[in-house]
Design a protein around this ligand. Structure first.
Ligand code: HSE
Length: 436
């Protein structure tokens, strides 16, 4: 059979990795697919100086539209990132009847509905395995491997840069900016690294996972997002003393009231496997009613791990290139007419436990006063840690772990505690999950 003809958009970290993997593993891939895969046309900036592709076998251009309009190309692989140009290119490729593979989580999370509608009308595939958790085949696991289950919740470390930063800060006492710079040099970080540290990148990925889990539309605008830039070394250390680690988690959970969709720093028990996922590694913990908890672990960023997912998608798209749409796995895992309109809950309605740290006067009765204020707001305290005052200081760090409660009630309680004359400054609040 003829080789599958691929048009590649973007020759950066992931584009280069994809070309490398397709070349190095050509024999293995052909043995699995039954056809060779050739990059016949590629677009990238500075294409003349690139050394990844052979101009004798691949047409090279700086104009990505030349690739999506090339009648010979069957599968367009979009690896340029961003929303605007990427969206125009993908929609043009679909209009031209080409299958699309993309690693672009922002594009899917935000413009997914429009792209998938266009793809359904044209009868082409849109594959996006590399968009979530890099090399971990979590999209395939959710859409196919777990198809028998009612998914109850997902908790994931789905941003490698953020996890790398938190790990280096905890283990080596390095400072935030220094570790972030290294993540950028290693090609892990987004073009705008605030996407990594403020949780936007994780929220893009979580939006996709929630859709696959619960059969709901992609609703990035309803995701609650909180970053890691305010996490202090003190909180990391106190959490450790109490038996927890702080991880930047994406959490989505189906409740009686609706679906939780939230990204924020989270205390989780040290003994959970996912608490021990360090560095740039990602992990996604999925709880299905039949299977129970399952954990998927691997590299969430980097050239070849992401290329692993991109190439798997090219193989998938190539296998069903001529198949009618109803023979393919639905793009979001559920049939279009079976999608649900379950509401996404506001963060105020989310129920979770909390780590609260405050600076309190070091005098008799303060602990009782603070505990009483929480009790009056119906918040149960599970554990308390009081630190010795620093030399010459007359205030102490008081750390309280609450039981599960609704976010709006903890907000009221925090306000009341902050109004106590024995408490100085604000209360630091970090959400806490037991993941059991
Ligand atoms: N910036 C992302 C991360 C890349 O650090 O996880 C992979 O999506």
């Amino acid at each position: 059979m003829d080789a599958v003809k691929v048009g590649l958009l973007g020759l950066g970290t992931v584009g280069g990795g994809t070309a490398t993997v397709l070349t190095r593993n050509a024999e293995e891939i052909q043995a699995r697919l039954g056809r060779a895969i050739k990059i016949t046309h590629a677009a990238g900036l500075g294409i003349d100086s690139q050394t990844i592709l052979d101009p004798a076998t691949t047409k090279l251009t700086e104009d990505a539209f030349e690739v999506v309009n090339d009648p010979e190309v069957e599968i367009v692989v979009e690896l340029i990132g961003g929303y605007t140009l990427a969206k125009d290119l993908v929609l043009k490729a679909i209009e031209n009847g080409k299958h699309v593979v993309t690693a672009n989580k922002a594009l899917i999370a935000i413009h997914g509905p429009e792209i998938m509608k266009a793809a359904a009308e044209q009868g082409v595939s849109v594959c996006y395995e590399a968009a979530v958790a890099g090399g971990i085949p979590i999209i395939k696991a959710m859409r196919e491997g777990l198809a028998a289950n009612k998914i109850q919740w997902i908790a994931g470390i789905i941003n490698g840069t953020g996890n790398f930063i938190l790990t280096e800060m905890r283990d080596k006492g390095r400072d935030f900016a220094d570790v972030l710079k290294e993540a950028q040099e290693l090609g892990y970080a987004e073009a705008d690294p605030t996407f990594d540290v403020e949780g936007i990148d994780a929220a893009h990925k979580l939006t996709i996972l929630a859709s696959l889990a619960f059969g709901i539309e992609l609703q990035f605008d309803k995701a609650y997002t909180e970053g890691i830039s305010k996490i202090t070394a003190e909180d990391v250390s106190y959490a450790g003393e109490l038996g927890y680690r702080i991880k930047h988690l994406g959490i989505t959970r189906k409740t009686d009231k609706g679906i939780e969709l939230r990204v924020h720093p989270t205390l989780i028990p040290k003994k959970r496997l996912i608490a021990n996922v360090d560095g740039v590694m990602n992990a996604v913990l999925v709880y299905g009613d039949a299977v129970g908890p399952t954990l998927y672990y691997g590299a969430g960023a980097g050239a070849e791990p992401t290329a692993s997912a991109v190439v798997a998608d090219i193989i998938d798209a190539a296998r069903t290139i001529d198949a009618p749409l109803h023979h393919k796995v639905p793009l979001l895992g559920f049939q279009d007419d079976a999608m649900r309109d379950t509401p996404i809950l506001s963060i105020d309605d989310v129920e979770t436990a909390y780590y609260l740290r405050m600076e309190a006067a070091d005098k008799p009765g303060v602990l009782a006063e603070v505990s009483d204020t929480f009790a009056k707001n119906n918040i149960s305290i599970e554990a308390v840690l009081q630190k010795e005052p620093a030399t010459g200081e007359n205030s102490v760090h008081l750390i309280m772990l609450t039981q599960k409660c609704v976010e709006s009630s903890v907000n009221h309680a925090i306000q009341a505690v902050e109004n106590l004359s024995s408490v100085q400054g604000g209360v630091v609040r970090i959400r806490m999950e037991h993941l059991d």
